[in-house]
Structures are given as C-alpha cells and as structure tokens.
Design a protein around this ligand. Structure first.
Ligand code: GRF
Length: 316
C-alpha cells in the first residue's frame, strides 16, 4: 500500500502533530508525515519532529504579506511531495490562494464542538455557557475560519469545578485520538473504489450526451447509444487496482504517458493502443487532469455534429 503523504503545520507545542506522527508509525496507518513546518523556528514541536526523523521547515511570517508567506510554505509542501495538509495548532489565518490550492485536502483540529465556539477561548466559552459537554472537531479547511465540513467530533464532559486549563487538558486527550483516526479515514476514503467511481462519474456525466452502462462488467461511459470513451476498472482480471481506462487522442500518447509516469499509467489488457489505463488508487489523483482526459476521450468518439456545436459554443 502506498501511504498518503501528509504535511503538518504547527505554531507551537505540536502535541497533535506528535499524535499524528506516532499513529503514522503503525505499519497499517494509511498516511505518512513527510514534513512538519512552522511559522516560528522556536516552535517546540519542530525539535520533536526532527528527533523522530521527519523533515522540518521553519520560516517566520514577520514582515511578509500573508500571501507571500503562504507561497513560501506552499512551495515547501509541494517540494516535500505532500498531498494533504493537517493544521495542528497553526496560529495563522490563511490566504485565499493557499486555501484554494489545498481545497478538499487540508484539515484542521479545533477544540470545540463546531459550529459552536469558532476562534479562540473555546474552553472558557463552553464553561461560561454552562454546557454539559465541550469537545473537539476535525474539519476540512475552507476560506471561513473554523467553518468547513466537519469530518469527526468527540464530545468531552465538563466536570464540576473544571477550569479552562483542566478542561483543555482533557479535550487534548480526545483531540489526539480523533485527529489521527479522522485523517486516516479521510485519506482512505480517497482510495475506495466507490468513492473513485463517483468522482469519475461526476466528471464523465457532465460531458454532453453521455450515459453510463455496464460493459465487460465495468461501469462504462459513452455517447448515448454511441461509442464508449471511458471505463472504470476495479480488480480487472485480478490486477487489484482501481483505474480509469480512457481513450487516447493520438497513437503515441499511450507510450508517452507510460514513459512519463510508469507507476500511474499502463497499457490496459485487451484494449489496444488507443486507450490508456490511469491508476486512481494511488492517493494523489489530480481530478482536474482526469476531467481533461475524459473530455479529450469524449472528443474522440463524439459525433462531428455535436463537436461542431461545442466548438461554436466555446468560442462565445
Ligand atoms: C489544540 O488545542 C488544537 O485543537 C488547537 O490548537 C491547539 C494546539 O495544540 N487548534 P498542540 O500544538 O497540537 O499541542
């Protein structure tokens, strides 16, 4: 199993980062930590990460515009090969560009039962409100602070006489459990055949006059009552992979793609040279690129009249 590559961003103590890092040491953990980065070179978590053999990076945000600083971090994350970002006590508001670059691939942990108590001082607010439970949430990061879709939550009972600190300490225990489990589920989901098929389906059916049928036992996309341009194969002939088989646009294209990335592209058995297999289960699929490939494959089989109409529409 290839592990999903995760970078963790911290600003201080980094106990959640440590929880992710130690969970990742289990052989069956579906993710690995490829980088721990901080906006403060004094962040204590950096020392721990380095001692555990994880690459670290620190750069102060002082004197830099938000987008400038985020671009430095972004470049480092890409260099490290990260496919996901886990924010863990990262005390920075993020630029819209950075959030957009990692859309759907950046998680955060927040010490409240969202949507309650966004922002700071969550523990004090929960106590002051007389809540029976506080807790923690892991959510996808969107442009609004602490606002993205919640992936998992753990309620933590507030005890009589709890102070802000005593409650925070107990919630932290729950955070450490919740974050690694939620992150593991999140990266695993992206490799499940049903999830991958749904992603392809959404893109293929968005093309004009396309329908889905079952052909050779596989979900297959083609022009209505016409030719096929894409299949989703799952364990085809026992190969154990989930892949998109899509029509290529030129005779040499299959060979070129395989040469460019032999771990991802392959020659699909029984399909000949006019098709290419693209592994979808490697955990780092570029879905915009898949949409482009589907579009290109669709163009190969779309009736001329339809293509003509599309080209005219695109000119406007
Ligand atoms: C945690 O309480 C987390 O929920 C919040 O910031 C704190 C970070 O603690 N976002 P640590 O650095 O992970 O120990």
């Amino acid at each position: 199993m290839t592990k999903a590559k995760v970078a963790v961003l911290i600003s201080g103590r980094g106990s959640n980062m440590a929880a992710l890092l130690y969970a990742a040491k289990a052989a069956d953990c579906p993710y690995e930590i490829v980088l721990v980065a901080a906006n403060d070179s004094e962040a204590a978590g950096l020392t721990l990460a380095a001692a555990e053999g994880i690459a670290t990076f620190a750069h102060s945000h002082k004197g830099l515009k938000r987008a400038e600083f985020d671009a430095i971090i972004d470049a480092r994350l890409r260099e490290a090969g990260a496919h996901y970002v886990a924010l863990a006590g990262y005390m920075r508001l993020l630029s819209p560009e950075f959030v957009a670059n990692w859309e759907g691939r950046m998680l955060n942990i927040h010490p409240s039962l969202l949507p309650k108590y966004k922002g700071l001082n969550t523990h004090a607010q929960a106590i002051a409100a007389g809540d029976s439970h506080a807790g923690c949430s892991v959510h996808i990061v969107t442009a609004e602070l602490d606002d993205g879709p919640v992936l998992g939550q753990t309620p933590v009972a507030i005890l009589p006489g709890d102070s802000e600190d005593s409650l925070a300490a107990r919630i932290l225990i729950a955070e450490h459990q919740l974050y690694s489990r939620t992150l593991a589920d999140f990266v695993t989901r992206e490799r499940s055949p049903d999830y991958l098929l749904a992603k392809v389906r959404e893109r293929a059916l968005a093309l004009p006059q396309v329908d889905e049928v079952t052909s050779h036992g596989m979900p297959c996309f083609g022009i209505l009552k016409g030719k096929k341009f894409a299949y989703v194969s799952h364990n085809h002939h026992g190969d154990g992979v989930v892949a998109l088989l899509v029509k290529t646009t030129a005779a040499e294209e299959q060979a070129m793609l395989i040469e460019s990335d032999p771990a991802r592209y392959y020659r699909p058995a029984y399909f000949g040279d006019g098709w290419v297999g693209i592994r979808l289960d490697l955990g780092d699929t570029d879905w915009d690129q898949i949409a482009e490939r589907l579009h290109a494959g669709w163009r190969q089989v779309a009736p001329r009249k339809l293509l003509g109409l599309m080209d005219i529409a695109e000119e406007f």
